[in-house]
Design a protein around this ligand. Structure first.
Ligand code: FAD
Ligand code: NAD
Length: 464
């Protein structure tokens, strides 16, 4: 068996693993990354990037097909969708990005081993790849194995029951699609397929869509789903396939009469589970935190020099958290003093309209800080939003009354994902509501709503 030794061995080449590897390489550490599928992991290959590409394509098609241009005096002949071309365009973007990751790793002098890693002990891993097994010994082991779609016992994956990976690789838009789960994936992909022409039903166990956010933020999204003709069945559970014919059996959560929903395909999007089994990790007997690998604020596990980053370590299961952890762990291994203590990790749902949440929602802020002031500014009073033909939504600033520190900023509206940069900066740099209120924002821009919402926290907004 081929033998290798290295200072840092990273298992998993997703956003957590590849960023850790690039940083380690650039710091002059000898680093190896092992990936069993494709560099870029879930995010680049079957997650963030392909889903956003599909959402964008669906938006263009829908605009043309629904005659949205008429608002601007534009008439478009019935558009024709070549879905295979859409998927090919999406695949091209994925290829460019994953190719870029490979090039960055090479430039950082990181060795990439393709194959499945099996962990022997905290210092040895055996990789079975196409060119035969390799035993790798390391000083530091970084576990970055990510997560996998969670299945429902009543609806095992297979046939017409698909996960997000398969939903992003269909070769035709299904005539009808039932989506189980109205979280990030259910709402993002459910909306995209509705815009592409599928008859979509979303089934959600909680009593509203996107239950992780407050109703003020999610109401414009619920309204848009209704306008798109999406049937949303909240407080309901998917019970499986009917004994005869196609579709999905849906029942109210508390019991009651079930009904069958039309479904050429059924997308199950009820969360993701960490990849913590099947590759020998159990043998390390690491302390766990529920189903996730337990870590401290340096991403250190309970075993010395074994680190864990990304989705395998818990919520929020987001690419930018994984990347930030990866960078930090590489620096720790290089001897830097670091802790993972972000003031906020932004969350964006690429729904229609988009939702951004940074820091604490008003209720969470009240629970943690007592009295807070909340300033909200609606896009219907924002010139830029009007000229863009979509003035739904608002920006909201949450400030702690004791010292006016901004502890949360949220928004819902078209294109607000790009405002997240300003929101994160404000919170990470410890801005007070006065600081935001005193900024001069370019006119006309949606950013003006941030300043106005901060003014609103003192009852001083100008344009409402
Ligand atoms: P992963 O990206 O899952 O990478 C883990 C890698 O480890 C994989 O490539 C896997 O093949 C490899 N691996 C596992 N076990 C082994 C082994 N034994 N040997 C070798 N290799 C192994 N997040 C966002 O922030 N924004 C978004 O817009 C967004 N959209 C998403 C859309 C969808 C449809 C999905 C499914 C997820 C989305 N996410 C999004 C979440 C994001 O993809 C994850 O948070 C992120 O990929 C986690 O990175 P990671 O490095 O921890 O794990
Ligand atoms: P999620 O946790 O966002 O949502 C799952 C939803 O399914 C919840 O609303 C839950 O109440 C519901 N649910 C659970 N069991 C159910 C059942 N039996 N019947 C009906 N509904 C049920 O999970 P997801 O949408 O699968 O996404 C997985 C993860 O991927 C997310 O948590 C997030 O970390 C990541 N992601 C992020 C983005 C983004 O950042 N824009 C996009 C997609 C995915």
């Amino acid at each position: 068996m081929e033998e290798l030794s290295t200072k840092v061995l990273i298992v998993g080449g997703g956003p957590g693993g590849y960023v850790a590897a690039i940083r380690a390489g650039r710091l002059g550490l000898d680093a190896v990354v092992v990936e069993k599928a494709a560099l870029g992991g879930t995010c680049l290959n079957v997650g963030c990037i392909p889903s956003k590409a599909l959402i964008q394509a669906a938006e263009h098609y829908h605009h043309a097909a629904a005659g949205a241009g008429e608002t601007f005096g534009l008439t478009v002949k019935a558009p024709v969708l070549d879905f295979c071309k859409t998927i090919a365009w999406k695949d091209g973007i994925v290829e460019r990005l994953t190719g870029g990751v490979g090039a960055l790793l090479r430039k950082a002098k990181v060795r990439v081993i393709h194959g499945e890693a099996r962990i022997g002990d905290g210092k040895t891993v055996i990789v079975s790849g196409s060119s035969g097994p390799v035993r790798i010994r390391c000083e530091h082991l970084v576990i970055a194995t990510g997560s996998l779609p969670a299945a429902l016992p009543a609806l095992p994956f297979g046939g017409d029951v698909i996960d997000s990976t398969q939903a992003l690789a269909l070769n035709a838009v299904p005539a009808s699609l039932a989506v189980v789960g109205a979280g990030y994936i259910g709402v993002e992909l459910g909306t995209a397929f509705a815009k592409l022409g599928a008859r979509v039903t979303i089934v959600e166990a909680a009593d509203r869509i996107l239950p992780a956010w407050d109703t003020e933020l999610t109401k414009p999204v619920a309204r848009r789903l209704e306008e798109l003709g999406v049937s949303v069945r909240v407080g309901c559970l998917a019970q499986g396939r009917p004994s005869e014919g196609g579709g999905l059996v849906v029942e109210p959560r508390g019991g009651g009469d079930g009904s069958v929903v039309a479904a050429q395909k059924i997308l199950v999007a009820v969360g993701r589970r960490p990849a913590t089994s099947g590759f020998g990790i159990e043998g390390l007997q690491l302390a766990m935190s529920g189903p996730f690998i337990g870590i401290d604020d340096r991403c250190a596990t309970s075993m010395r020099n074994v680190w864990a980053i990304g989705d395998v370590t818990g919520e929020p299961m987001l690419a930018h958290r994984a990347m930030a952890q990866g960078e930090m762990v590489a620096e720790l291994i290089a001897g830097h003093r670091r802790r993972f203590e972000p003031a906020a990790i932004p969350a964006i749902c690429f729904s229609d309209p988009e939702i951004v949440a940074v820091g604490l929602l008003p209720e969470q802020a009240r629970a943690s800080h007592g009295d807070v002031s909340v300033g909200t500014f609606p896009f219907r009073a924002n010139g830029r939003a009007m000229t863009q033909g979509d003035d739904a939504g608002f920006v909201r600033v949450v400030a702690r009354d004791s010292d006016r520190a901004v502890v949360g900023i949220q928004a819902v509206g078209s294109g607000v994902s790009e405002l997240s940069a300003a929101f994160v900066l404000a919170i990470e740099m410890g801005a007070r509501a006065e600081d935001l209120a005193a900024t001069i924002q370019a006119h006309p821009s949606r950013g003006e709503a941030l300043q106005e919402a901060a003014l609103g926290a003192f009852g001083k907004s100008i344009h409402v």
